[in-house]
Design a protein around this ligand. Structure first.
Ligand code: FES
Length: 137
C-alpha cells in the first residue's frame, strides 16, 4: 500500500511541532534512548485543549500520526480528546500500510498521557486548596 497524500502532507509539513514550556500536562510514549519516542505537551483552558504540541523521534508515519492527532484534538474538550484512538488518527490520514500501523500508537498514547498528567496536577491543586482552607477543629 502506498502512503496517502494526507500522510505525505503531514510527514513533510507537520503541524504543531514543538514543546510548550508552560504546559499544563505532558505525556510520552517510547524511549528516547533506544528507539521511537514521542512527547506531547498541552495547554488547557475551560476544559478544552487550547494548544497541543509534539516532538517525535521516529519515521514519517510517526510524524504524520502525531501531526494529525494534534490537529484532530485541538479545541476539543478533554473528554473528547481522551476518546481519540490510533484508528481515528490512521483513518483521518487515509490509512497506513499494515507494517506501519504500530507507529500510530505513539501519538494517541502520548496525548492520553498528557491529559492524565493534567488531571493529576489539577486534582493536586484542588487538594492543596482544600488543605489550605481546612477549618480548624
Ligand atoms: S516510528 Fe519506528 S518505524 Fe515508525
Amino acid at each position: 500500500m502506498d502512503y496517502s497524500e494526507i500522510v505525505y502532507d503531514h510527514a513533510l509539513n507537520p503541524r504543531n511541532v514543538g514543546f510548550i514550556e508552560e504546559h499544563d500536562g505532558m505525556g510520552t510514549c517510547g524511549d528516547p534512548d533506544c528507539g521511537d519516542f514521542a512527547v506531547m505537551t498541552i495547554r488547557v483552558c475551560d476544559n478544552r485543549l487550547a494548544d497541543v504540541c509534539f516532538l517525535v523521534q521516529g519515521c514519517g508515519a510517526a510524524i504524520a500520526t502525531c501531526s494529525m492527532a494534534t490537529e484532530l484534538v485541538k479545541g476539543k474538550t478533554l473528554e473528547e480528546a481522551d476518546q481519540l484512538t490510533d484508528e481515528d488518527v490512521v483513518q483521518a490520514l487515509g490509512g497506513l500500510p499494515e507494517f506501519k500501523l504500530h507507529c500510530s500508537i505513539l501519538a494517541a498514547t502520548a496525548l492520553h498521557g498528557a491529559i492524565a498528567d493534567y488531571r493529576r496536577r489539577h486534582l493536586a491543586d484542588l487538594h492543596d486548596w482544600k488543605a489550605l482552607y481546612q477549618p480548624e477543629h
